[in-house]
Design a protein around this ligand. Structure first.
Ligand SMILES: Nc1ncnc2c1ncn2[C@@H]1O[C@H](COP(=O)(O)OP(=O)(O)OP(=O)(O)O)[C@@H](O)[C@H]1O
Ligand SMILES: [Mg+2]
Length: 260
C-alpha cells in the first residue's frame, strides 16, 4: 500500500492543529496502522505531546532532528525516534525551525528540499501514514510540506476569529495543487467547540456555504481533559480513553479513513 501523507494546516494560530494531529496519529496507530509523525513547527508541540520537556529539548539541540535533516538535505531516516506507543514514530522538531524560511531562501527558494528529505521513507512503504504538524504560517516551508502532501486537514477553531485567514489558506493550498496534483483538501474540522455559544452555529453555517470544501461531521468540543493530557505528555486518546474528546477524536479518525 502506498504511504499517504496527511498534513494538518491552518495559518490561524491556536486552531487545534497539533492537538488534532497528535490524536488522529495515535488513533491510527491504535488501529494497527504504522504511523510516522513529523513535527514541522518550531514550537515543538507535537513532540511535547508524546515526550517530556527534557527529552524534547535535548533532541532539538542534537544533530538529529527535522531541522538538521533539512539543512543538510539528507534522508531523514536517522532522525526517526520511537514513541512510547506501538506503531507510532516521530521526527522531532527544533526551535531552530524558526529560521527555516531564511535557510530555504538561501537554498534558492526551493520548494523541493523537504521532498528530498522525506522521499526515501515515503517510498519505502514502511509506514501506512505520515502525518505532519505545521506552524501557523504560509511561507516557503509550508509550500515544501504541501509539495509532499496528499491530503490536508484544516482544523478551524469555532471562535469569532476562527475563520479569519481561512480564505487565504485555501487559496494557498489551491496554488500548491498546481505543482502537486496529488494534493487535495480532505476537509475542515471544527475544534474547541462550545456548543452553547452562538458563534459555533455561525461558523457551521459559514462553512456549509463553502460548498467546495468538505466539513467533517465530527466536531471536537472543548474538553479540559485535553490540557490535562498535554500536561502529562500524552494525547488525550492515550491518557483518558473514555474522555468525551477521546471519543470524538476516534470518530474523526474513522471519518478521515472513510474519506481517504
Ligand atoms: N478539544 C480541545 N479542548 C480543550 N482545549 C483544546 C482542545 N483542542 C486544543 N485545545 C487547546 O487549545 C490550544 C491550541 O491548540 P493547538 O496547540 O492544538 O493549536 P495549534 O493550531 O496547533 O496552535 P499553533 O498555531 O500555535 O501551532 C492548546 O492550548 C490546546 O491545549
Ligand atoms: Mg501547533
Amino acid at each position: 500500500m502506498k504511504t499517504e501523507v496527511i498534513t494538518f494546516a491552518n495559518n490561524k494560530g491556536g486552531s487545534g492543529k497539533t492537538t488534532t494531529c497528535s490524536n488522529v496519529a495515535y488513533c491510527l496507530a491504535d488501529k494497527g496502522k504504522k504511523v510516522l509523525m513529523i513535527d514541522g513547527d518550531m514550537q515543538m508541540n507535537l513532540s511535547l505531546s508524546f515526550l517530556g520537556e527534557d527529552e524534547v529539548l535535548s533532541l532539538a539541540q542534537s544533530d538529529n532532528n527535522l531541522y538538521t535533516a533539512i539543512l543538510s538535505e539528507k534522508d531523514m531516516s536517522d532522525t526517526i525516534i520511537r514513541t512510547p506507543y506501538e506503531n507510532l514514530d516521530l521526527v522531532p522538531s527544533s526551535m531552530l525551525m524558526s529560521g527555516i524560511e531564511e535557510e530555504l531562501f538561501k537554498k534558492g527558494g526551493r520548494e523541493d528540499v523537504f521532498e528530498k528529505v522525506i522521499s526515501e521513507v515515503r517510498e519505502s512503504g514502511e509506514y501506512d501514514y505520515i502525518v505532519i504538524d505545521t506552524p501557523p504560517t504560509i511561507g516557503l516551508w509550508d509550500r515544501n510540506v504541501l509539495h509532499v502532501t496528499d491530503h490536508v486537514v484544516i482544523p478551524v477553531e469555532a471562535s469569532p476569529w476562527g475563520l479569519f485567514g481561512l480564505a487565504s489558506m485555501v487559496s494557498f493550498i489551491k496554488e500548491a495543487e498546481k505543482k502537486n496534483p496529488a494534493l487535495g483538501i480532505l476537509g475542515i474540522v471544527l475544534t474547541r467547540v462550545n456548543v452553547r455559544k452562538n458563534y459555533f452555529r455561525q461558523t457551521e453555517e459559514f462553512l456549509s456555504d463553502m460548498k467546495e470544501i468538505y466539513v467533517f461531521d465530527t466536531v471536537i468540543r472543548n474538553d479540559s481533559m485535553v490540557e490535562w493530557a498535554q500536561d502529562n505528555s500524552k494525547p488525550v486518546t492515550a491518557y483518558r480513553r473514555n474522555a468525551r474528546s477521546a471519543e470524538e477524536y476516534r470518530k474523526l479518525t474513522d471519518e478521515i479513513l472513510t474519506r481517504l
